[in-house]
Design a protein around this ligand. Structure first.
Ligand SMILES: Nc1ncnc2c1ncn2[C@@H]1O[C@H](COP(=O)(O)OP(=O)(O)OP(=O)(O)O)[C@@H](O)[C@H]1O
Ligand SMILES: [Mg+2]
Length: 283
């Protein structure tokens, strides 16, 4: 993916201690579907995000890595209207935007699959697929059509082990629920898809299915994706670019083709060793 030079500042250049960041320069406003500028977010005394700069190019798949508690979920929840940043700016298609709620973000084409899932357990698979976005016409056509469309759509994505789409979501496995949530987001024709650990509850087969799905979406080029995962090999397989969050700051930004499993692993191990030595000093 090319990122032509532009008069805009490279967000990576603003990252304190960000020497070594060698990602491509930011594209023009129209190249980036999302831009995050100097976003900070605290929860009481906890600084979850500190002066975060990030961009997501049109059609790009961006992998977001980082240790537990680094701020990954907080960041994508700020991008889907769930959290309001304390400071900083979010631009959508080059225009500053205030995302007032998840529904507001969704109406702008931003969809999220949460780490802590947002399916309604008491409803059927197909009701969940259409949750909050039943077109009036579909509502009139009611259940039979929703049921058929949900079934067709899941099958078209290769999600075949759900069985009856009339079954309550409460009766599905964690991995099956994740698959439904991803399918729902894809089905909604969003322009930005935020996936917070979509593979965490999945077996190898289901995980491979979702990775294939992401590859297909990437090849089609219509959607931009941020995916959070702890498995670096999977990230390198499906992503165009990788960012690492450490203690609320983006510290690494490289094309996936310019980094490696060894480099990413080393980055994390170094962080762990630093924290351990600090603990020893304080003890
Ligand atoms: N609603 C909240 N209230 C208070 N603190 C929070 C809240 N949400 C997150 N935090 C804190 O903010 C920091 C960042 O959390 P976040 O969930 O964004 O991390 P993460 O990178 O997604 O971690 P993980 O890999 O474990 O999912 C953590 O210290 C966490 O305890
Ligand atoms: Mg998280």
């Amino acid at each position: 993916m090319s990122h032509p030079a532009s008069p805009m500042p490279d967000p990576a250049a603003d990252v304190p201690g960000g020497q070594g960041i060698t990602g491509p320069v930011a594209g023009s406003a129209t190249d980036n579907v999302f831009e995050v500028r100097h976003v900070s977010k605290r929860f009481g005394a906890v600084v979850a995000l500190s002066d975060v700069n990030l961009r997501l190019a049109r059609g790009e798949v961006l992998g977001l890595l980082g240790d537990n508690g680094a701020g990954k979920t907080t960041l994508v929840k700020a991008l889907c209207g769930f959290h309001r940043p304390d400071s900083g700016q979010i631009l959508l298609d080059g225009q500053p935007v205030t995302l007032r709620s998840v529904d507001h973000a969704r109406s702008l084409g931003i969809d999220i699959v949460y780490q802590d899932l947002a399916l309604v357990n008491q409803l059927s698979v197909y009701h969940n697929m259409f949750l909050n976005r039943e077109p009036v016409r579909l509502r009139l056509l009611r259940n039979r059509t929703m049921r058929r469309l949900a079934d067709e759509h899941l099958k078209s994505l290769g999600i075949s082990n759900i069985g009856d789409v009339g079954v309550e979501v409460a009766k599905l496995s964690g991995g099956q629920r994740q698959a439904i949530a991803v399918a729902r987001a894809v089905f909604s024709d969003s322009k930005v898809l935020l996936l917070d650990e979509p593979l965490a509850a999945m077996g190898a087969k289901e995980g491979a299915l979702i990775l294939d799905l992401i590859q297909d979406l990437r090849a089609a080029g219509r959607i931009s994706i941020i995916i959070i995962a702890h498995n670096y090999a999977q990230i390198l397989e499906v992503c165009d670019r990788v960012n690492v969050l450490q203690h609320g700051r983006i510290t690494f930004d490289k094309p996936a083709s310019s980094t490696s499993l060894a480099e990413l692993t080393n980055l994390m191990v170094t962080e762990y060793r630093k924290a351990r030595n600090q603990q020893k000093l304080e003890a």
